[in-house]
Design a protein. Sequence first.
Lengths: 112, 116
Amino acid sequence: DTAVSQTPKYLVTQMGNDKSIKCEQNLGHDTMYWYKQDSKKFLKIMFSYNNKELIINETVPNRFSPKSPDKAHLNLHINSLELGDSAVYFCASSRDPTDTQYFGPGTRLTVL
Amino acid sequence: AQTVTQSQPEMSVQEAETVTLSCTYDTSESDYYLFWYKQPPSRQMILVIRQEAYKQQNATENRFSVNFQKAAKSFSLKISDSQLGDAAMYFCAYRSAWASGSRLTFGEGTQLTVNP
């Protein structure tokens, strides 16, 4: 069974569109994260939720909005997509904010 | 803010040989965690090894071991008996021990090639 899963794995879309990426973990973890990996492979935190509460909100355009319907899910919605949003987006989870983080397979977003 | 630096963008090693990847970090905190993650071409991020700053003993996981030098703020990864499957991008990462600082701060990565 996949511990942290993301859908879709690949997403190709036009500028200006709105899209969502979904993340689910079956590890029973309380904390979930979104990271962005740019074209130079640099990874940076975007958001983190603990028990469905937002605990980390980095300097990210407000076109990006995370939503946590329950502790096992953390979705990322992106409005008005721009070329610069093209990247790989990783979801991760941990038992609590102090524990080791485990990553999903990533979603490669390409904005044309 | 914490920073993590990997000064070797690329490294190569012969199969069965040993290679060491370097990582330095900057922090004013005394309690934190350090990690090495591996990203093969499949792009999956895989945890390789974890080190708690309060532990003097270096962490070891099978063929992977670290050299943690707290005073020097250095955290290198040694891969022994390198295998073709070890070829990947390796990321060093820092995390505060405080819950409020639970973000992972990553280095730029080192691309490791294993030659047969």
